[in-house]
Write a protein that binds this ligand. Structure first.
Ligand SMILES: Cc1cc2nc3c(=O)[nH]c(=O)nc-3n(C[C@H](O)[C@H](O)[C@H](O)COP(=O)(O)OP(=O)(O)OC[C@H]3O[C@@H](n4cnc5c(N)ncnc54)[C@H](O)[C@@H]3O)c2cc1C
Length: 390
């Protein structure tokens, strides 16, 4: 066993840290204005391209950085330190776009990889969240294409996106299918842009699709392949959430530790108080154990293996890391006292922003169900053992 960065991973980590440092100065503007100006976003885009960390999940031959899952985790951990979800300005087109036809690839994916166009994923509906089989959006075959009707909620980056990846049931059989829908297609409209707990550099609007006509070339993958394509994407995305939340927790802990060293109450620096030391120590435990496990499972993805088991392993990572990181930022906020409740304090922003990591891409309860499903169907062995290599 080797638990160390290779020179390649160390270089990537340093490069990601450098990009994170370049984006960090935009945090306060993002918080104050609930987003960034087009000029600021353009400046960040230039930094992303200069770093070579654009579309890290896409192959080099298409213009992406072509990183393995483990390498992506190393990068995402650094970017996760950013508040305002500024990590999302470092674009990664949805993995399911790898299923694009050559025509779809040149129209959507290649510009997306270059940072010239963005996708947003529209699966969730008012009555279909944890259970996407409850979606009511339909695609009715019509001539050479389809007519889509329905509503979608929580569409992250829906304001900045140029096209949407929409899950709809193709009639009459109800086959769940992904469609690539240009946002300016007649019949596509934004019904509401709600405010959320966190500040996020983009919005999560709700969309209505009213008699939206698309050609047969809008189908991503095959008709009926909708769940399969989204499941694969969710699986890797859950590791990235694990990585980002750990990075966020590390930033919060470093800030809280410095503060505890400086802040004197009752004649002693806080860091000399055992109740404070306990919070710092528990946070070190939460970060280090989850960092190691996230890297372990990311390595297993990179080595390849049984997708069903990896799905459950990724659920374990997401559940453990997001819950642990929420505990860390909560403790760090406590150490800052009243100052930890002020929005100009990065720890306060991280505390608000990490909450959603227990909800999106499958809630903590859904991750438990995925793990339990693996236990009941195939037993504990795959979940509990280390992989072996020759
Ligand atoms: C900020 C934000 C951004 C998002 N971005 C996107 C996006 O870009 N695209 C997209 O499609 N979706 C997006 N989502 C939606 C997100 O994936 C869903 O909110 C999430 O999957 C939960 O669905 P729900 O909100 O309908 O809650 P529900 O499914 O109604 O769940 C409510 C509660 O019941 C629990 N629960 C549900 N089923 C079970 C069960 N079987 N057993 C036990 N407990 C259960 C849940 O864990 C939760 O605690 C986003 C959500 C948020 C908040």
């Amino acid at each position: 066993m080797q638990f160390a960065y290779t020179p390649r991973l160390a270089e990537l980590k340093e490069r990601a840290a450098g990009l994170t440092a370049k984006i960090m100065p935009y945090e306060e503007e993002c918080e104050a204005q609930n987003g960034l100006t087009p000029e600021a976003l353009a400046a960040i885009r230039d930094e992303v391209l200069a770093s070579g960390l654009q579309a890290i999940n896409m192959p080099v031959e298409w213009g992406g950085a072509g990183l393995t899952v483990l390498e992506q985790v190393v990068v995402q951990e650094e970017l996760g330190k950013l508040t305002g979800a500024l990590w999302d300005t470092v674009w990664r087109p949805a993995n399911c776009l790898r299923a694009a036809t050559p025509e779809q690839r040149s129209r959507y994916l290649l510009p997306g990889i270059q940072g010239r166009c963005r996708d947003a994923v529209a699966i969730t509906e008012a009555d279909a969240g944890s259970d996407p089989s409850g979606i009511r959006t339909t695609a009715v075959p019509d001539g050479d294409g389809y007519v889509i009707n329905g509503e979608k909620w929580f569409v992250t980056v829906g304001d900045a996106a140029d096209f949407l990846i929409v899950l709809a049931n193709v009639q009459p059989s109800g086959a769940p299918t992904l469609f690539l829908v240009d946002k300016d297609t007649p019949g596509v409209s934004v019904t509401r842009t709600p405010r959320y707990t966190h500040t996020f550099v983009y919005e999560h609007p709700e969309f209505r699709f009213e008699d939206v006509r698309v050609g047969s070339g809008a189908v991503l993958g095959e008709v009926g392949q909708g769940y399969e394509l989204t499941r694969d994407w969710f699986t890797e995305e859950r590791l990235m959430i694990g990585a980002r939340t750990i990075g966020a927790a590390e930033r919060a802990l470093r800030l809280a530790t410095d503060w505890a060293g400086d802040r004197v109450q009752g004649g002693e620096p806080l860091i000399n108080r055992q109740l404070i030391q306990g919070m710092l120590a528990d946070s070190v435990v939460d970060i280090t154990t989850n960092r190691a496990f996230t890297h372990q499972v990311a390595w297993e993805f990179t080595e390849g293996g049984d997708r069903k088991l990896l799905h459950a392993r990724a659920a374990t990572v997401k559940l453990a890391a997001s819950e642990a990181s929420n505990r860390v930022v909560d403790r760090c906020q406590q150490i800052f006292g009243g100052r930890g409740y002020m929005r100009d304090q990065p720890v306060e922003r991280l505390w608000r922003e990490l909450r959603v990591d227990r909800i999106w891409e499958g809630t903590s309860e859904i991750q438990r169900l995925v793990i339990a499903n693996e236990i009941t169907k195939r037993g504990l062995d795959g979940l509990l053992s280390f992989a072996t290599v020759d």
